[in-house]
Design a protein around this ligand. Sequence first.
Ligand SMILES: Nc1ncnc2c1ncn2[C@@H]1O[C@H](COP(=O)(O)OP(=O)(O)OP(=O)(O)O)[C@@H](O)[C@H]1O
Ligand SMILES: [Mg+2]
Length: 169
Amino acid sequence: MGAFCRVMKETTATITFESTSPDETRRLGRVLGSVAKPGDVFALIGTLGAGKTELVKGVASGLGVADEGGVNSPTFVLVNEYDGRLHVYHVDAYRLGGTTELKAIGFEEICQSGGLVVIEWADRVGSLIPSRALWTAIEVTGDRTRRMVLTGPFDDVKRIESALSISAE
Ligand SMILES: Nc1ncnc2c1ncn2[C@@H]1O[C@H](COP(=O)(O)OP(=O)(O)OP(=O)(O)O)[C@@H](O)[C@H]1O
Ligand SMILES: [Mg+2]
């Protein structure tokens, strides 16, 4: 019983990151990109202008994507793709109708492709987000300050935590 409770408790973990500038948000993104594994899904939540795309720019840079300036919210194309250590699919659920349209663009298939899927406004299509996803909720706390709460599989979050402490040294 004791062991069972411990396993239940340790399946997910959460870390909170306070960002004081777009640069700092990109730094967190770079750490996320550097630890990303094939098949990972980063699900981002936050209002318009919260900093989701800033974070994705950092993720791309952490994966060695050459043209970080090419990272923008997907608008005319529904999925942006970047090539780095992993192939990145950058989806924006705000510009999509909902789960039906997300399915139609092949979201479930790209989640199985062995690349990295990053999806803005993931809460709008929560039922399609795989349970292994790392969720990042960005809250605007001031002009240049953002609180980011990362929740996901225990081992993934612990790996991010140690990479963050190394990058802060
Ligand atoms: N600490 C911060 N972290 C991230 N962005 C910040 C921060 N402080 C200010 N900003 C500004 O907030 C804006 C974030 O824009 P961004 O496009 O990343 O938002 P978004 O969440 O992707 O919005 P959308 O839902 O419209 O796609 C940028 O103009 C950025 O300069
Ligand atoms: Mg965006």
